[in-house]
Design a binder for this molecule. Structure first.
Ligand code: F6P
Length: 327
């Protein structure tokens, strides 16, 4: 690969996130601005292996800023996890004369990019795009704000019906390994309790909180449960509470993939736009093997080694606030 960057390939991979299109647009337009050629790689690493690659000029990314999903499509590639798959991908990049990569995705995308970078040294930058907000090296990932707003809107609606019937609702939000959506949607939605993978709350602790609500005549109870809860998903917790007490009229709502869709919030659009520009300017300034992030409102670059595999811890302050306000 030559040192001078002329052709940049951009792709989205893993779970889609609202704002990915805004990031794609920002990458393509920054390339046009700095007179680089931009190529869209379809379906993440799958499209890279298959050579599903096409030019992406400034006009090609018109009218996508406000759209959810990803126009480049996404996939979780099994083949890219093999050395043979990565070799095929490298050969395709060479065939298209692509000399730098901008990947938009979460931890799976990051792991793949890091491995590929170690093996082939293709100049690469990661833009963190995942609703989970679980990547270290950035305060926010693209899509997290939109997904959390979607969850809050749903919780507000459930509250109306919960209150009308004096019901206890278990509301499950996404986050296999991360409680970010749960903790912040829980605070914003006024949850009685929030169950997240990072916390060591036992079922008895949860039951005690619900019992206290009963003693103080709380009329409705909303418990927000992150998908990856260590003490059981929303259905399991609901069942366990019902087994212990017939006092509660219990319902379960799993929000699921609706949190992944929808038009990105202004926050995610601005974040994605800033990260897209920072990725291309970073590449031009010699940044390489780094993830773009935002820390205390500033754009930062962190080397793959310093952030890969590190969980973005939930701040203790959010946990404390959720507890105090659930009384
Ligand atoms: O990583 C984003 C995410 O939405 C997680 O919150 C969730 O656990 C997972 O993806 C679901 O993945 P899939 O869409 O492949 O079922």
């Amino acid at each position: 690969m030559s040192n001078k960057i002329l052709k940049v390939g951009v792709f989205t991979s893993g779970g889609d996130a609202p704002g990915m299109n805004a990031a794609i647009r920002a990458v393509a337009r920054s390339c046009a601005y700095y007179k680089l050629e931009c190529f869209g790689i379809m379906r993440g690493y799958e499209g890279m292996i298959d050579g599903d690659i096409a030019p992406l000029d400034a006009r090609a990314v018109g009218n996508i800023l406000q759209r959810g999903g990803t126009v480049l499509k996404s996939a979780r590639s099994k083949e890219f996890r093999t050395p043979e798959g990565r070799k095929k991908a490298y050969d395709q990049l060479k065939r298209h004369n692509i000399d730098a990569l901008v990947a938009i995705g979460g931890d799976g995308t990051f792991t793949g990019l890091h491995k590929f970078y170690e093996e082939y040294q293709v100049p690469s930058i990661l833009i963190p795009g995942t609703i989970d907000n679980d990547l270290s090296g950035t305060d926010y990932t693209i899509g997290y704000d939109t997904a959390t707003n979607t969850a809050v809107e749903a919780i507000d609606k459930i509250r109306d019906t919960a209150l009308s019937h004096n019901r206890l609702f278990f509301i499950e939000v996404m986050g296999r390994h991360s409680g970010y959506i749960a903790i912040h949607a829980g605070i914003a939605g006024g949850a009685a309790s929030v169950v997240i993978p990072e916390e060591t709350m036992s079922f008895d602790d949860l039951y005690k909180i619900l019992g206290e609500g009963q003693d103080t005549e709380k009329k409705s109870n909303l418990v927000v449960v992150a998908e990856g809860s260590k003490i059981g998903d929303a259905h399991t917790l609901a069942k366990k509470v019902a087994e212990r007490s017939s006092y509660f009229d219990i319902k379960v709502t799993v929000l699921g993939h609706l949190q992944r869709g929808g038009s990105p919030t202004y926050f995610d659009r601005v974040l994605a736009s800033r990260m897209g520009v920072a990725a291309i300017e970073g590449l031009l300034n010699g940044e390489n093997g780094v993830m773009v992030g935002v820390k205390n409102h500033d754009m930062v670059y962190s080397s793959f080694e310093t952030v890969i595999g590190k969980h973005h811890e939930i701040d203790a302050e959010s946990m404390r606030i959720a507890k105090i306000l659930s009384i």
